[in-house]
Design a protein. Structure first.
Length: 79
């Protein structure tokens, strides 16, 4: 996601397995114990599924666009 200080911030879009619940805080807590602090995602979104191409690849640009709309961010974010 766009960020005025670093240029970009991490965003994780996660699909959970059927019957399992997961919160955004649980994801961050897990990351804090397993990866470097600067790699912990600032934004976490639990999604039902990923937008896919006809060849079965994830359309990451659509995930970015959806998150920008959800968070009211622009490419030139100055927050």
């Amino acid at each position: 996601m766009p960020d005025s200080r670093y240029g970009e911030e991490l965003c994780a879009c996660i699909v959970t397995r059927p019957g399992h619940d997961l919160s955004e805080d649980e994801v961050r807590d897990f990351c804090k114990g397993n990866i470097a602090h600067y790699k912990v995602p600032k934004y976490v979104k639990i999604v039902e599924g990923y937008p896919m191409t006809v060849t079965g690849k994830v359309q990451k640009f659509r995930l970015r666009e959806d998150m920008k709309k959800l968070l009211n961010l622009s490419d030139q974010e100055t927050a």
